[in-house]
Write a protein that binds this ligand. Structure first.
Ligand code: ADP
Length: 205
């Protein structure tokens, strides 16, 4: 019996810092602002409809967040993943979450950047976020948490990745019903990046 699950209602909605924040890129929409959270910690603890996994093309497990998800879910996750025929960069595939408190895992494969990003990598990272959200919608899921896809071993610069993540989520929420999107950051530096850049995409009304 585990007690370290974090229920969604314990994760606060992101709060706009007020004045002296980033220049807005999008129109203010308080309804959308209430659907966003930044949570720093282990994504495998979240009790939510779906967590996204920054997987690799084999879908058979790896290091980083992928390793943590497979460890938390247990061997049945790998067994289900092994029936899926892998996953291409930018695609998303859904599985059960087994031993995790989430209901589903949505696996996606981020672009390998190794520190330098072109239009192809940017488009692929956008597809990751979009296809995870679209997969959630197709499965009638309303709450999704994302790790910082590609910014670990895949080497996508975090300060460029955050722009893609926030833009794609903002545009998705404009057009689809979703109750909550959690940016699950692991590093202090990423938390600061997200908090600094959120006001550009989710300005105060
Ligand atoms: P990628 O191969 O896509 O770069 P990584 O797993 O190497 O994926 O890194 C992606 C991000 O996930 C990094 O910011 C890393 O710090 C973060 N991360 C690692 N473990 C966890 C975890 N348990 N929960 C949430 N994020 C994590």
């Amino acid at each position: 019996y585990r007690t370290d699950y974090i229920p969604l209602d314990q994760i606060p909605v992101w709060k706009h810092p007020g004045a002296a924040s980033a220049e807005p890129i999008y129109k203010a929409n308080d309804e959308l602002n209430r659907k966003i959270s930044v949570f720093r910690g282990d994504i495998t603890k979240l009790e939510i409809d779906a967590i996204a996994n920054a997987a690799n093309k084999t879908l058979l497990g790896g290091g980083g967040v992928d390793g943590a998800i497979h460890r938390g879910a247990g061997p049945l996750l790998k067994r289900e993943c092994s029936t899926l025929g892998g996953c291409e960069t930018g695609e998303a595939k859904i599985t059960g979450a087994y031993g995790l408190p989430a209901k589903y895992v949505i696996h996606t494969v981020g672009p390998i950047a190794h520190g330098s990003v072109g239009e192809g990598e940017r488009r692929a990272l956008r597809e990751c976020y979009y296809n995870c959200l679209h997969t959630a919608t197709k499965n009638r899921l309303r709450t999704v948490a994302f790790p910082c896809i590609s910014t670990g071993v895949y080497g996508y610069p975090p300060e460029q990745a955050v722009e893609v993540a926030l833009k794609t989520v903002r545009e998705y929420l404009e057009e689809h019903h979703m109750d909550r999107v959690i940016f699950c950051v692991f590093l202090k530096a990423d938390e600061e990046l997200y908090r600094n850049r959120l006001p550009a995409y989710f300005p105060q009304g």
